[in-house]
Design a protein around this ligand. Sequence first.
Ligand SMILES: [Mn+2]
Length: 317
Amino acid sequence: MSERKIKILICSSEVGAGKRGASLGPDAVRISAVMQFYNIFERLPMDEVKVRALNRYSPENKQAKYIKLIADTHQKICKKMAATLAAGYKTLIFTGDHSNAAGFISGFREAHIDKKIGVIWIDAHGDIHSPYTSPTGNMHGMPVAILLGIDNIENQTKRKMKDDVVKNWGRLKKTGKNKITPKLLPEDLVYIGIRDLEEQEWGLVNSLQIKNYKPEDIRKKTIKKVAEETVAHFKDYDAVYVSFDVDSLDPEISKGTGTPVEDGLSIQQAVHLLKTFTNMPNCKALEITEVNPLLDVHNKMATAVVKIMKESLEFVG
Ligand SMILES: [Mn+2]
């Protein structure tokens, strides 16, 4: 993202997460940016996808909580993202929970029809559950499956799927004017930092041969080599989207997020990854997600995120 024409996009929807509070994440980052004299939120143009309801008590069903609300939100996100890219902008995205990524990447696909698009998913989790396999029904564990068009019914753990879940799951996979599904092929995806996946998820990552770097791989290869190999993987792609879930970071840094997991990235490693990826000429989107200041002390998570942005995002100097 070396060009100056960059727009900030925000969607604060948090109902994909199991805990409440991630809708405050984008604002927590903005507040920390002000306190660290990092004025990108003043300098760059900004647009927001307004959500119908940030929060609700009733999840509609337990198999895929708030799935209808999320499917509606993704249509809006997709439209805004596609229009922003079509207007020639690269995008810096802040979201509540990680389910929003499927909406943004749907828009990324709409804006690059018949082009090669790639996704770098930096996360502790695989987010490749479907309503058929998810133990929690939290939709922030499902965006990758939505994008790959995967149901994983073979490994179904739920006895009977509700009709409206099936219907809205179908809608989610086809988000966008052109109803394209799948949005991505397994080879278009690289995972970095994944370490907390359920058996059904590891099964998919392995059987689909999705390129991935677990903590032990990062230790063995070094972060520099991981970044290099990932850049090489996407060299010939027309456009690359980087999705950075803050729970990829070590819990020493990342208490202020819904699902922290041991053995995560250091700040320096995250800086190296984001600096390298946003300097790829074909990188057109960076998304930062799952900051939850309600779980935090002194807004530490957002402070770390701003520190990482300051050191890695060279386009805003
Ligand atoms: Mn995630």
